[in-house]
Design a protein around this ligand. Sequence first.
Ligand SMILES: [Zn+2]
Length: 433
Amino acid sequence: MEKTVFTDVYILDGTGRMPFVGEVALKGNRIEAVGEGRISVSRSGATLVDGTGAYLMPGLVESHVHLGLDNSNDIIALGALPPEEHTLLAMRNAKLYLDHGFTSCISAGAVKPRLDIVIRNAINAGHIPGPRLLASTPWLTVTGGLVDMNLLHMKREAIAIVLDGPDAYRRTVRELIREGVDVVKLVVSGDTGIPYADSRHTVMTEAEVAAAAEETLSRERRFNVHARSAESVKRAVRHGASIVYHATFADDEALDLLETHRDRLFVSPNIGYTAALVTATGADLPDRAQQHAIFQGELEASRRSLKALRKRGIRLLGGGDYGFEATPHGGNARDIEHFVTLFGFTPMEAILTMTRNGGEAMGTDIPLGQIKKGYLADLLLVDGNPLEDVRLLQDPAHLIAIMKDGKFHKAPSVAAKTTTKDRTKPFAQKKSA
Ligand SMILES: [Zn+2]
């Protein structure tokens, strides 16, 4: 089994502990040992990576990815894109996420029914590079809900699947689980700026949510919910959702419910998209002043909601809705900066949303998201202290190495790496080898 030892690194282990100088040993795809100073572990046949001055941290987890988006806002054109081209697009994006240090992604909506499934399978088979991926259904939404792009005179589903009534949800959830999704995405509330389904509207009925939840949970899959209104948060939690996206207008009753179930669920506020539109200067906003006011309002609501969620100890996740014009794919680590600058989180708390908490949300059999014995070896070697400047994580140039499942996606340069098969060779001489 392949062995790697990172020596003389600052270890930012993703547990909340401040960085310490030490070593991390890997065996195969797992972390074998972690410790301060020199750890006692066999170095025979191991690849030694001298990380002097660099920070070793867990790979990042994006909690709300759409690999099939194309950095435009034209989701109608995207719906018309044939599956062949669309698969290639998602494949390029999968590599891009890994290039940016995202070793895990939870999909929050495939842009075609089998798109996530085939990309996940190809990644797992080692055919294409990409993060660990939880494959999702497309957005399952009601007539007149978010991403229902139909016109009255023609059927045009674009990127969502539009369903009405519990039986329709049962059938489609059964079908898509048969095809191989890991997670089901339900659009239970409306969204910001949609006149016929606003953020405070709860558009999917209790019976529809219940039917989808029953079909999902009975097959030991998970469902995640777009939930901005207070009632949509409650419906999500009552029926057993794993991730509640947004929770923008959660009231006290919704917050109480979230807190009661905080050991089994997560909230992903998806602040990146909102923040980008508030600060955007782009031509993608046809009525800039009006849009700015709308998203400023959403940001203020998120601020209130996040303050309450944080106080109640609810596990928060980073990321969300990158892949539009204002939020191109790859910039997702900006969410860490937003948590700090817009919401007053410490850099450590903000980083934990995309490491420890994200790892827990992945729900893998072997845990990930922290540098701990037994955990999966998904690691980043960073050429600076992310706690001092969280923006380092936004630029792949600062990532000296990216490792997923014990294998380098981006290996450190030769100068930083030495291999020894000589167990008698003194440790101090490793650099001269
Ligand atoms: Zn989304």
